[in-house]
Ligand binder design. Structure first.
Ligand SMILES: [Zn+2]
Length: 244
C-alpha cells in the first residue's frame, strides 16, 4: 500500500452527486436506498464511469488495487462501507479503487474502529500507509507499526501468501532494474536507463520499490540492502523519477 494523491473531481461530475445523497437522506431505509441508487443503470453510466476513470489514473502502476497493489482494480470501493454510512455512498472522498479479492472477499462491510471512534483502516489518499505499516523486504510481509496498521493487515489480508510471494518477486525485478539503470548510466545509454525506470513503474507491488527508496535513507539500510543497490537507491536522479 502506498500514498496516493487524490485528484479533484471535475465540477460537472461533482454536481451529479449531492442530489443522489439527498435522495438517500430522504428515504425511510437509507441503506436500502443507497444500494438501489448505487446499482441504478443511469448512475453506473453517469457516475461510476467517470469516477472509475479518475480512480484508475490515481492508482499505482497499471490500475492496481489501492489496498494490495497486486491485481487490477476493478471495483469502486467505499472506504467507509455503504452499510455503515449510506450518506457517504456518493462522497468522492470515500471512493477507492480495489480488486475484487480485497473489496468483495476480504474487506466487505468491515470497518474497525478504535475506542475513540476513529477508523482503524488506512486510507492511502489521506495518510501515509508507511506510518502504520512496515514492509519486511526479505519476506515480502507487512509488520504493523500501529493498531491501525494491524487492523489494515487483517481486514485486507495484506499478508496472504500470493501477495508475499509477489512482493518477493517484485523486489528481484526492482533490484535487477536498478542495476541495469546504473550500468546504462555508466555507458551513457539513456534508453537502457529509461527502460529500467519504466520496468519498475509498470510493476505491480509499487509498495516494494517505495519501501526500498525509504529504507535506503535510514540508518540501518546497509544491513538489509547490498551496496550497489543501496548506492543507486540513494541517487538523486533516480529517486526523482521513482518517488511516488
Ligand atoms: Zn486488492
Amino acid at each position: 500500500m502506498i500514498r496516493i494523491a487524490r485528484t479533484p473531481l471535475p465540477a460537472e461530475v461533482a454536481a451529479r452527486l449531492p442530489p443522489l445523497t439527498d435522495e438517500i437522506a430522504a428515504a425511510p431505509d437509507r441503506v436500502k436506498a443507497a444500494r438501489a441508487a448505487w446499482k441504478r443503470a443511469a448512475v453506473r453510466r453517469s457516475v461510476h464511469a467517470p469516477l472509475r476513470r479518475l480512480l484508475e489514473e490515481m492508482a499505482p502502476g497499471y490500475q492496481r488495487c489501492m489496498y494490495c497493489g497486486d491485481s487490477q482494480g476493478t471495483d469502486i470501493d467505499h472506504y467507509e462501507p455503504l452499510s455503515r454510512n449510506p450518506l457517504r455512498t456518493f462522497d468522492w472522498l470515500n471512493h477507492l479503487l480495489a480488486c475484487s479479492t480485497c473489496n468483495s472477499n476480504l474487506k466487505r462491510d468491515r470497518f474497525p474502529l478504535a475506542e475513540d471512534g476513529t477508523p482503524l483502516l488506512v486510507d492511502p489518499t489521506t495518510e501515509d500507509p508507511f506510518a502504520h505499516l512496515l514492509l519486511t523486504l526479505a519476506l515480502g510481509t507487512y509488520v504493523a507499526l500501529t493498531p491501525k496498521g494491524q487492523a489494515t493487515i487483517d481486514v485486507c489480508g495484506l499478508n496472504r501468501p500470493v501477495l508475499t510471494q509477489g512482493r518477493e518477486q517484485a523486489r528481484r525485478v526492482v533490484v535487477m532494474s536498478l542495476l541495469k539503470w546504473t550500468a546504462g548510466r555508466a555507458r551513457g545509454a539513456a534508453d537502457e536507463m529509461r527502460d529500467a525506470v519504466l520496468t519498475v513503474q509498470g510493476q505491480p507491488f509499487a509498495d516494494v520499490c517505495q519501501s526500498m527508496l525509504r529504507l535506503a535513507l535510514s540508518p540501518g539500510a546497509a544491513r538489509v540492502l547490498d551496496e550497489p543497490v543501496l548506492a543507486v537507491l540513494r541517487d538523486g536522479e533516480l529517486r526523482a523519477q521513482l518517488l511516488a
